[in-house]
Design a protein around this ligand. Structure first.
Ligand code: MLT
Ligand code: ZN
Length: 458
């Protein structure tokens, strides 16, 4: 029995081969990938993770590190008899340091738990996204999670002050130890951030935190065209401290409203909507914002607009954007998550939109994204008359054209959802042959037996 050695490391309650568990833990939000793991294990300490890795090396068993499974590229799926290492029982906040302004968490802590803990202690953890209620911090590190506040606060990478990791060799590394300055050569911490569980298993993270922002104003604008979307962005960023700048189309709004939970926010329909969130830095900030709004209206960019009058309304505006992913899910969307330089967004979107309209007229595309950092989410909805297989085939065809376009724009085939399984064949559109070769060599150093998340990323 291949799992025999594991019972010397873990209690029976920490090992599951239950069919239901294998189905649930075996996949993430890339729902079309079929799970087929051997078992799920639930370690409760770094030492147990190390012992699992050493066992896997000895028995040549593949391991898949598993967090909140909210990834969209299949990075946490186990389809080939792997053992899933779920960090979900390592879910404690170890503590905080008010002088260093850090919070230390086990890898299975939920993002929202970290955000709330920071708030309860007078701090702010700014990396934020719709999956905050179920994603885990270890997964955030492994995918270098981005989300809705990147243009103001950066990615997960910017907030990792220290990491505890078990490498594929079974070494336990304590990286950086919350130091601000540490000029001692290669910063291995950053290699693990965004490595999608292919180099090691993150067991503990120390996050930097910051001061809470001043009160936030949320503005929703209906916009005439893409040039307007970018012009408004430029104008607002120059004059007010913007914390988020999100875009969605009328089609995306239609799908969200179709759920029946929210009402249309503006009297006038518009092809594009932008959600602008900014800090009320001083008494003049709102005045500046109103002046900007008038300027946008005079320039013909804005068709209609509203400022959230209450925290409840601000939340509703945000839900119009954040619920898009969930609202499109029943339509079997084919998801892409790409980035180009912010300055190239209009040119890229215009070119891609006309390619899809001309060559794939039966495809309904839901466009939305974090325009303020150049990240576009492109979801193609499956036409009713097309089988899932035929739809997938056509979408892969679109991918070839789109990724060639991205390569031309020097953009990325994955802005924040990662490479995982679904984007692996396309990595070369963004990373050079030399880069990919060096990545393989790095993988071989940390994981010489290839037991960690094989078939993902590389
Ligand atoms: C989002 O920004 O809503 C997420 O990345 C989810 C998605 O693309 O579906
Ligand atoms: Zn996103």
């Amino acid at each position: 029995m291949p799992l025999k050695g594991l019972s010397q490391i873990l209690k029976p309650s920490q090992i599951s081969t239950d069919t239901q568990d294998l189905q649930v833990y075996g996949k993430d939000w890339a729902k079309h990938l079929k799970p087929n793991p051997l078992a799920v294990v639930f370690p409760t300490s770094t030492d147990q993770v190390r012992d699992i890795v050493l066992w896997a090396r000895k028995t040549k068993t593949a391991l898949v590190p598993s967090g909140g499974r909210t990834g969209m590229s299949g990075g946490a799926t186990a389809a080939n008899g792997e053992v899933l290492v779920s960090l979900s029982r390592m879910n404690k906040i170890v503590g905080h340091d008010s002088i260093d302004r850090t919070i230390t968490c086990q890898a299975g802590v939920i993002t929202e738990q970290l955000q709330n803990y920071a708030q309860d202690h007078g701090f702010y953890y700014p990396v934020d996204f719709a999956a905050r209620g179920s994603s885990q911090v270890g997964g955030n590190v492994n995918t270098n999670a981005g989300g809705i506040k990147v243009l103001r606060y950066g990615l997960t990478r910017n907030w990792v002050a220290g990491l505890t990791v078990v490498t594929g060799q079974g070494q336990v590394l304590h990286l950086n130890n919350s130091l601000v300055k540490n000029a001692t050569g290669y910063d291995l911490r950053h290699l693990f951030i965004g490595s999608e569980g292919t180099l090691g298993i993150v067991t503990e993270v120390t996050f930097q935190v910051t001061n809470p922002p001043k009160p936030l104003t949320v503005l929703l604008l209906g916009v005439e065209n893409l040039d307007g979307v970018l012009s408004i962005y430029q104008l607002y960023r120059q004059r007010v401290p913007v914390t988020a700048y999100e875009m969605f189309t009328e089609e995306a709004l239609g799908v969200v409203l179709g759920q029946g939970h929210l009402k249309r926010p503006l009297a006038e329909k518009a092809p594009y909507y932008v959600l602008v969130e900014f800090e009320q830095e001083s008494a003049e900030t709102n005045e500046h914002a109103m002046e900007l709004f008038e300027k946008c209206a005079e320039s013909g960019w804005v068709i209609d607009g509203a400022v959230a009058q209450t925290p409840q309304q601000a939340r509703e505006f945000w839900r119009l954007r954040e619920d898009i992913s969930e609202a499109t899910a029943p339509f079997e969307p084919y998801k892409n998550d790409i980035s180009v330089r912010v300055a190239d967004v209009t040119a890229f979107l215009t070119e891609l939109d006309s390619l899809i309209k001309n060559d794939y007229p039966d495809f309904q595309v839901i466009w939305f994204g974090h325009i303020g950092d150049g990240n576009l989410h492109i979801n193609i909805l499956k036409p009713k008359n097309l089988s899932s297989e035929a739809f997938l085939k056509k979408c892969h065809e679109v991918d070839q054209h789109m990724f060639a376009m991205i390569a031309r724009f020097k953009g990325s085939i994955s802005a924040e959802h990662g490479v995982g399984v679904t984007k692996r064949p396309y990595l070369h559109f963004t990373r050079s042959t030399d880069e990919i070769q060096l990545m393989r060599e790095i993988k071989a150093v940390f994981d010489p037996d290839g037991i960690l998340n094989p078939g993902k990323l590389l």
